[in-house]
Design a protein around this ligand. Structure first.
Ligand SMILES: [Zn+2]
Length: 136
């Protein structure tokens, strides 16, 4: 057969196969254009900035929630179930009522000892992002 590699004395089969592999057409891979790379970097920078803004807002919300709780509950309020005075406060989440007509932003206040959790109305507490004119 004409396609068969010529037999060369002293050459190993692996060498012949390796040389033949160089002639096999390679699958073409589309290289990224420089503008694609720039767009991806810009998108990544926007995502990082958005994540940082969200983190900062959540930090402000938690601080506002803790201040509000101290003003309304007083400092050192004890858990009604285990009497622990230590609570953790989380950022608000919007809860949709089962009829779907109304949604309520609530932030969690959890006892760090027993896990008892209370949900507080973020709008009533004036939490940034949910205060007057904020989202609801
Ligand atoms: Zn407790």
């Amino acid at each position: 057969m004409a396609d068969e590699p010529p037999k060369e004395p002293g050459k190993k089969l692996a060498d012949i196969l390796r040389e033949g592999a160089a002639d096999v057409p390679r699958r073409r891979v589309r290289r990224k254009k420089p503008e694609d790379t720039v767009a991806m970097h810009q998108l990544a920078a926007k995502l990082v900035a958005a994540r940082e803004r969200k983190r900062q807002l959540e930090e402000e919300q938690i601080t506002a929630a803790a201040d509000w709780l101290e003003a309304k509950w007083g400092f050192g309020r004890k858990c009604p179930y285990c009497a622990s005075p230590t609570w953790s406060v989380g950022p608000p989440s919007v809860f949709r009522l089962s009829d779907g007509a109304e949604s309520i932003p609530l932030f969690p206040v959890s006892c760090t000892n027993c896990g008892q959790t209370v949900l507080v109305d973020a709008q009533q507490a004036g939490i940034p992002g949910y205060d007057e004119g904020g989202e609801r």
